[in-house]
Design a protein around this ligand. Structure first.
Ligand code: F0G
Length: 357
């Protein structure tokens, strides 16, 4: 049986990397594409969920980071830097460590999930908490990478986009065709740019007969592309996509317009409802930012924008364990504290409703 070798090896001839450059890999990519029966029934289409939380650091960022760090290492870089709402920093820290390179990460103070913070620290990144938001962190990182010998690994680095486009390849490889619609969350807009590039390249290579309409969703409190202007103080429970001035804004609009798709917003309430729906009906645990795509699909279907029977793929970008607090809050504000029992089978049976109390 074939052992998955990571996206650089699996797709090397389709990526901007030479045949002899050693890959810095943790085995990323090859993530499950899961047929979602409940969601399919709900929207009247065939829905498959691309579960990117199954990557080595539990988000899609690993696809871009294997490429970015592979090329940084080949170019002799000794240090990398990135701004992050959490996942990029976790991924950069892990891949830099794997490559024997140091990493520095700048994050908005108090606004990144605990799981992500712990990853960056565990992998030995130098972490700075900035008194500002993600957009401020990215501005700082750009300045630092211009003035000092630190290599920028945010998605403004084309190597990141190059690696992330492999998710689109995998979807077409798995389905044997391009979907009619692809849905994903939008933050800094690198990923929608990458998927659109991947889908187009497969069509150009004759590996897919068509490309999907791209449906991107921002959080309502951080929806600059939807509003048509930057948002100075973005706010949302989906901290991963708490971004007010996306670096790949124009590319996201191009993906939307060239594909005949849309970029819309979903409220925090819709995001948390989709988060719960995925975990409680599909068995898929994601972080809130990832649930924006599913919330958006439900909204689009409601508005009649998903033709009956279409083939729909939805990317959920990060694992639920990154930011687990939301699972412990019940939707109706009720109690989620487990029932405590003594070491006694009758008590346990009663608590489980197997015995009358
Ligand atoms: N979903 C998750 C879980 C993310 O972490 C991000 C971005 C996105 C969606 C949006 O992707 O930026 O390519 O449009 N996280 C970045 C970070 C900003 O720093 O981890 P995008």
């Amino acid at each position: 049986r074939h052992q998955w070798a990571g996206v650089v090896e699996e797709y090397r001839e389709l990526l901007d990397v030479g045949p002899d450059t050693p890959a810095v890999t943790l085995g990323e990519g090859g993530t499950p594409l899961i047929r979602a029966e409940g969601l399919s029934a709900r929207v009247g289409a065939e829905v498959h969920v691309k579960y990117e939380g199954m990557n080595p650091t539990a988000s899609f960022k690993d696809r871009g980071m294997t490429m970015a760090i592979t090329k940084a290492k080949a170019a002799g870089a000794k240090a990398v830097i990135c701004a992050s709402t959490g996942n990029t920093s976790a991924s950069a820290a892990a891949y830099a460590t794997k490559a024997g390179i140091t990493s520095a990460v700048l994050v908005p103070a108090g606004k990144i999930a605990m799981g992500k913070m712990s990853q960056a620290v565990a992998h030995g990144a130098t972490l700075l908490e900035v008194d500002g938001n993600f957009d401020d962190c990215l501005t700082l990182c750009r300045k630092l990478s211009e003035a000092y010998p630190v290599h920028l690994v945010n998605s403004v680095n084309p190597d990141r986009i190059e690696g992330q486009k492999t998710a689109a390849f995998e979807i077409v490889d798995a389905l044997g065709a391009a979907p009619d619609i692809h849905v994903l969350p939008v933050g800094n807009a690198g990923n929608i740019t990458a998927y659109w590039k991947g889908f187009r390249e497969y069509r150009e290579l004759g590996l897919a007969g068509s490309v999907p309409k791209m449906f991107g969703f921002q959080a309502a409190g951080a929806a600059p592309i939807v509003l048509g202007h930057p948002v100075d103080e973005p706010e949302t429970v989906a901290t991963a996509i708490r971004i007010g001035n996306p670096a790949s804004w124009e590319q996201a609009e191009a993906a939307r317009d060239e594909s005949g798709g849309l970029i819309d917003s979903v409220t925090d309430a819709e995001i948390l409802a989709a988060h719960r729906l995925l975990s409680s009906t599909e068995g898929i645990f994601v972080e809130p930012g990832s649930a924006a795509s599913v919330a958006g699909l439900l909204k689009a279907a409601e508005a009649g924008l998903v033709p009956a029977g279409s083939l729909v793929t939805v990317t959920v970008t990060g694992h639920g364990l990154k930011d687990p607090q939301w699972a412990l809050k019940s939707a109706d504000g009720g109690d989620t504290t487990p029932v405590r029992v003594p070491v006694d089978a009758v008590s346990a049976a009663r608590a489980l409703g197997l015995e009358d109390a």
